[in-house]
Design a protein around this ligand. Structure first.
Ligand SMILES: [Zn+2]
Length: 307
């Protein structure tokens, strides 16, 4: 009888607790139209540490974001970063909090009075989840090979976009820069001007900004990605999270930003790839970065196809 119990224990252990071997590092830029939703899966020796940066618009969470995350067999997020309080970043986070266990949440720390933000606070309160107190320069270790460093958050006087969390992820020898919606200039100014959050980053972090992959700030808006900032980041790959959305006269991403990247031979991946101007087509242009045995791959990704 005792032997039988031990046997059953081992069978259960094998199925539920065995280490998931040979895991690869993954970043998914989920196509949520105009907005950011970035899933990072960091392998440790037993399982993935799951991290989410933003959740896109709330209207796309039921059909796109939540099914995508569930298909990745996620039940827990070790860190959930909300870069800032605009609806194309914060909206889907509310549904994430409803559907998954979130261990730690980190926000830009700017307070707001709009309806969405107040609903967000209410939900955090209901879940008894308090955002971690952070300051610029703080780092979070993620297993043995990964670390996230906070390069920007709300500073007194920052507007919403420039209060965005800017995160540098280091995994092994690879560097990634996530920039929320920070800006570097006014619309009419040339790209040689550098102000706002981009100026702060350039002055404070200088060579630390260098990264293989850059999440282009503010959906490729012409008010971001100034020459000085781009020169310091000097990425090989630029990811543009956009939905070909028109805001009055402005369509994001802006052609001048695309040209700025192409002129420097930077490879561009965009979540509005092939979308018809100016209509959003969310859900069909996810981007995946995968690293396995030091082999780096960036490609478009369909959750329904096996490559
Ligand atoms: Zn945005």
């Amino acid at each position: 009888m005792k032997f039988k119990k031990i046997f059953v224990f081992y069978i259960l252990f094998f199925f539920f607790c065995r280490p998931e071997k040979n895991l690869s590092f993954k970043i998914f830029f989920i196509d949520v139209g105009h907005g950011d939703a970035i899933l990072i899966k960091i392998p440790t020796n037993v399982r993935y540490l799951n991290i989410l940066i933003d959740g896109g618009e709330e209207k796309y969470s039921d059909d796109i974001l939540i099914p995508f995350l569930k298909k990745q067999r996620i039940d827990t997020f070790h860190y959930l970063f909300v870069t800032h309080n605009h609806s194309d970043h914060l909206g889907g986070v509310l549904k994430v909090l409803d559907n998954f266990y979130v261990k730690n949440i980190i926000t830009c720390q700017k307070k707001d009075s709009d309806k969405l933000y107040l609903r967000f606070l209410e939900k955090l309160n209901h879940l008894q989840l308090t955002p971690l107190k952070i300051k610029i320069g703080d780092s979070f270790l993620l297993g043995e090979k990964a670390k996230i460093k906070i390069l920007n958050c709300y500073k007194k006087g920052d507007d919403e976009n420039n209060s965005s969390l800017v995160l540098k992820l280091i995994y092994d020898t690879f560097n990634f820069l996530f920039t929320g919606d920070i800006e570097g200039k006014k619309r009419s100014e040339s790209s040689s001007v550098c102000r706002y959050a981009e100026k702060f980053l350039v002055e404070r972090f200088l060579k630390e900004l260098k990264a293989k992959v850059l999440k282009v700030p503010h959906h490729g808006s012409e008010t971001s990605l100034t020459d000085t900032f781009l020169k310091l980041v000097s990425p090989e790959i630029a990811i543009i999270t956009a939905g070909r959305k028109r805001f009055g006269e402005v369509i994001l991403p802006d052609t001048t930003v695309i040209l700025r990247l192409l002129r420097k031979n930077i490879k561009i991946f965009r979540t509005d790839n092939g979308d018809h101007n100016p209509q959003e087509a969310p859900g069909d242009d996810h981007i995946l970065i995968e690293i396995k045995n030091n082999n780096f791959v960036c490609r478009y990704y369909s959750p329904y196809l096996i490559f």
